[in-house]
Ligand binder design. Structure first.
Ligand code: UGA
Length: 440
């Protein structure tokens, strides 16, 4: 099929490259000329496992191209996936300005029938709004444009795999829109092995499903984070509690790892947007409000532990391993590292930080801080030199191996603050380290 992608951020790129892999002809549009030039040469603006290889293959087979000419994208496509950002506005709601602008521009240049697919994460009712706006602009548009919701469930770090092997495809299609249903079943037939994984529902239900999925996952994390804080205060070990509750298949083990708060571009923003949407209907979101609040507190929790551990903060240097909001991504949006670093700098600590790929973006974020106070090191052991304690914030694989004798030689004292409960506590204790995790 001929597919157009509007917006080549994370979602747009993975979706475009993914559809091209299944032999669809994809044209991606973005207003950023620089990005387009790079992409046409096969250079990715983001790090996502496997994406570079798949992009190269798609370019070589002439199945994907990138343009900043909207007309080129629209005229060669039958289905348009809207993948523009829906950032958080000042009130915590999803800001739809980029989406609305994209729709208006498409309607202006389109000369043939099109299916507009909303892949961007949008509040319930957005597809209806888009449809109304299109229809109001011209009566002929009623038959020319179909509006469909097809939310994404991609996780950064495994986004391409999630696209190629989805656990479900949610399609929000109007009951009467049989044509679009057929097109989508054909499109996804290549990708899903079992048609029952394609869940067709009204558009509003599809839109709300996306928010409910992220809110549920965020709820699990905030729940276990709160239990971990209680566990800390009563000298219990959260690892045992995780085992004890996860064994119940109704609860399960997934997304029950306590830490220093959830980050990224989705959970923090989507939980807030859902609270905001409920408020529009005078619903007080007690559960979601608590999920959000616990996350804010949790981001400070580890920094508070470090602060209360060291008596004289002025002369203390700490090392931080891991800066991205989770492993296998360079994304630092809403990463806990930003909060932890800010808290510790405010209290007078000196910091040596290291991340396998996010050093540069965090350095830019703190560009007003001198390197004598906050430095970014080129490898994990350099970050331990003359440090009084190590803080683990992101559980990258390369941090698994830990050379105790090397660390002992480099560091001034042996303290570890394990923000992801990543390490074997007993192993650290047996090497005469002081260990402090989240809830253990
Ligand atoms: C999330 C969802 O998992 C995807 O299904 C969804 O498609 C995506 O948002 C989106 O809306 O686009 P993502 O933001 O990539 O994906 O990251 P997650 O793997 O969900 O992790 C989010 C945060 O939760 C990370 O900071 C991670 O460290 C934290 N987390 C995760 C925990 O603290 N504990 C856990 O047990 C799991």
């Amino acid at each position: 099929m001929n597919i157009g992608i509007i917006g080549v951020g994370y979602v747009g790129l993975v979706t475009g490259v993914g559809f091209a892999h299944f032999k669809n002809k994809v044209v991606c549009f973005d207003i950023d000329q620089n990005k387009i030039n790079h992409l046409n040469n096969g250079d990715l603006p983001i790090y996502e496992e496997g994406l570079d290889e798949y992009l190269e293959k798609a370019i070589d087979s002439n199945l994907i191209s990138f343009t900043n000419n909207l007309d080129d994208c629209i005229s060669s496509s039958d289905i348009i996936f809207l993948c523009v950002g829906t950032p958080q506005d000042k009130a915590g709601a999803a800001d739809l300005k980029y989406l609305i602008k994209a729709v208006d521009d498409i309607v202006e240049v389109a000369k043939k029938d099109l299916i507009l697919v909303c892949k961007s994460t949008v509040p319930v009712g957005t597809c209806d709004k888009i449809e109304k706006r299109i229809n109001l602009s011209n009566d002929d548009n009623r038959s020319k444009f179909k509006v469909v919701s097809n939310p994404e469930f991609l996780k950064e770090g495994t986004a391409l795999k999630d696209f190629l092997e989805p656990d479900r495809v949610v399609l929000g299609i109007d009951d009467s829109d049989y044509e679009s249903s057929k097109v989508f079943f054909d499109l996804y037939a290549e990708i899903v092995s079992d048609q029952s994984l394609i869940l067709v529902m009204p558009r509003r239900d599809a839109e709300l499903t996306k928010y409910a999925a992220n809110a549920m996952l965020a709820t699990k994390i905030s729940f276990i984070n709160e239990i971990a804080v209680i566990s800390d205060k009563y000298d219990a070990d959260i690892k045992n509690i995780q085992k004890g509750i996860g064994a119940d298949p109704r609860i399960g083990y997934e997304f029950l790892n306590p830490g220093c708060g959830y980050g990224g571009s989705c959970f923090p923003k989507d939980v807030k947007a859902l609270i905001n949407k409920a408020k529009e209907k005078n619903i007080e979101s007690y559960v979601l409000g608590a999920v959000d609040k616990r996350n804010e507190l949790q981001k400070k929790y580890l920094a508070d532990k470090v602060k209360s551990f060291f008596f004289n903060k002025e002369n203390v240097t700490v090392s931080i391993w891991g800066l991205s909001f989770k492993p296998n991504t360079d994304d630092i949006r809403c990463a806990s590292s930003l909060d932890v670093i800010t808290e510790l700098l405010d209290s007078g600590f000196k910091i040596k930080a290291y991340d396998p790929i996010s050093n540069a973006s965090v350095e830019e974020y703190f560009n007003d801080i001198g390197s004598d106070i906050l430095s970014f090191e080129i490898n994990k052991y350099d970050a331990l030199k003359e440090s009084h304690g190590l803080i683990l914030l992101t559980e990258w694989d390369e941090f698994k191996s830990f050379d105790f004798s090397k660390a002992d030689d480099l560091m001034l004292s042996k303290n570890i603050f394990d923000g992801r409960n990543f390490y074997d506590k007993d192993e650290f204790l047996s090497h005469d380290w002081k260990y402090s995790g989240i809830g253990r």
